[in-house]
Design a binder for this molecule. Structure first.
Ligand code: TPP
Ligand code: SF4
Ligand code: MG
Length: 398
């Protein structure tokens, strides 16, 4: 059965950022990719970046589908080639903000070489890596991050390879911003993406996320809600942690936080330096002298700051008015949907009722979205320490 979500697209707080006409998306219930996209959209809204100057690049995989749901210029490129395509876009037009959003298989398996060299060169890119420890789209094979001992379709007796720790890899290769969150840490992730967008250089954000259909099921780890509870109880916030200490063991503690935040000339800035040294004041790149490009960049920075202030003010006004987006959704439903659909459809799309169904009368049976929102509302440190056992319903495993 398909849900005609199109009628709610104007009421959604994400309309304009996401292609609502493409909903419902392909991701499985409980998969972490959806909430990451929400964090990403929220970060874009707040960042003040001109949407016309933003490009999103994805490779192939379930995460690779992100490029198809965003309302910006985007490319769903070939497997493992998201970073070289993004690099090409940045080199062709340095005024663009280029974000790569892809899976760990795509970015660190087949695309691993591109990842380390873009980090080494300090290409000005933001890379968001959804790490679900598996090749989700192709049936759950082992990836370069699958923890030792975990079962995959290609390691039915447990993974015997040593996995990458992605923050360590990105840091060692030269990334200037490195952070790790889980798909449950929605607000931290939003803030982190926003921060990375405002920074120059190679930013790498890893998001640990459940692949419910393949990784969780094969390893008998429950469902998406069980995994949110696991993240709540087993993440340890350590900003500035030495990335050598960020390895993940099978079902062990997960260190999260911002590990690296430093500045050094980007690839293009370093190139400019060489050019200016060789040619002097006549040096041009893209038909513009260095002072011309610097003046343009400064003006754009001011425009971004003004848009950001406006976006934050709008957010504050909406918060003052209460749950404005929900009210808008209800209003739109009442106005546009035929009587029958108006009854049925909101249960599928309104945030309040997602995952309700048979559990609606049991207050303890909270949806994944509710648990995520509740935890995100608290500072991460507290959330990691105080895991209310009854916050998440125990689900029967199939
Ligand atoms: C050159 C090439 N090799 C292999 C594939 C098959 N393939 C498609 S997606 C994928 C794995 C994706 O895994 P990941 O990047 O972790 O994304 P996820 O589906 O887990 O989000 C593979 C191996 C392909 N499309 N192209
Ligand atoms: S197969 Fe896994 S990664 Fe892909 S959408 Fe489903 S849960 Fe998400
Ligand atoms: Mg994956």
């Amino acid at each position: 059965m398909t849900t005609n979500i199109g009628k709610f697209k104007d009421a959604s707080p994400m309309s304009g950022i996401l292609r609502m006409e493409r909903m419902p998306h392909i991701w499985c219930p409980g998969c972490g990719i959806g909430s990451e996209v929400n964090s990403f959209a929220e970060a874009i809204k707040r960042s003040g970046i001109d949407p016309k100057k933003l490009v999103v690049v994805s490779g192939i995989g379930c995460t690779g589908r992100v490029a198809g749901y965003v309302n910006f210029d985007s490319i769903h490129t070939t497997h493992g080639r998201a970073i070289p395509v993004a690099t090409g876009i940045k080199l062709a037009n340095p005024e663009l903000t280029v974000v790569v959003f892809s899976g760990e298989g795509d970015l660190t398996g087949i695309g691993g070489n591109h990842l380390i060299h873009a980090a080494r060169r300090n290409m000005d890119l933001v890379v968001i890596c959804n790490n679900n420890f598996t090749y989700g789209m192709t049936g759950g094979q082992v990836t370069p991050t699958t923890p030792g001992g975990a079962i995959a379709s290609t390691t039915p007796y447990g993974n015997h390879e040593y996995p990458f720790s992605l923050p360590f890899l990105a840091d060692a290769a030269g990334a200037t911003y490195v952070a790790r969150w889980t798909s449950m840490h929605a607000r931290n992730l939003t803030q982190s993406i926003e921060e990375a967008l405002s920074k120059k250089g190679f930013s790498f954000i890893e998001v640990i996320s459940p692949c419910t259909t393949l990784y969780l099921r094969r390893n008998r780890l429950g469902d998406g809600v069980d995994m949110l509870q696991f993240y709540q109880e087993n993440t340890v916030l350590k900003h500035g942690c030495d990335t050598r200490e960020t390895a993940i063991n099978y079902q062990g503690k997960i260190v999260i936080g911002k590990f690296v935040d430093k500045n050094k000339p980007t690839y293009l800035e370093a190139l400019d330096k060489v050019g200016a040294k060789l040619v002097g004041d006549d040096y041009q790149l893209y038909g513009k002298t260095l002072p011309e490009r610097e003046a343009e960049a400064k003006a754009e920075k001011e425009r971004v700051a003004a848009r950001r202030t406006a976006a934050l003010a709008e957010e504050a006004t909406a918060a003052e008015k209460g749950s404005a987006p929900k009210a808008a959704v209800k209003k739109a439903a009442a106005k546009k949907a035929p009587a029958k659909a108006a009854k049925k459809v909101p249960a599928k799309v309104a945030p309040k009722k997602v995952g309700a169904g048979s559990t609606a009368k049991k207050p303890a049976a909270k949806s994944a979205a509710k648990v995520a929102a509740k935890v995100a509302a608290k500072p991460v440190k507290k959330a990691a320490k105080k895991a209310p056992a009854k916050a998440v319903a125990k689900k029967t495993r199939k």
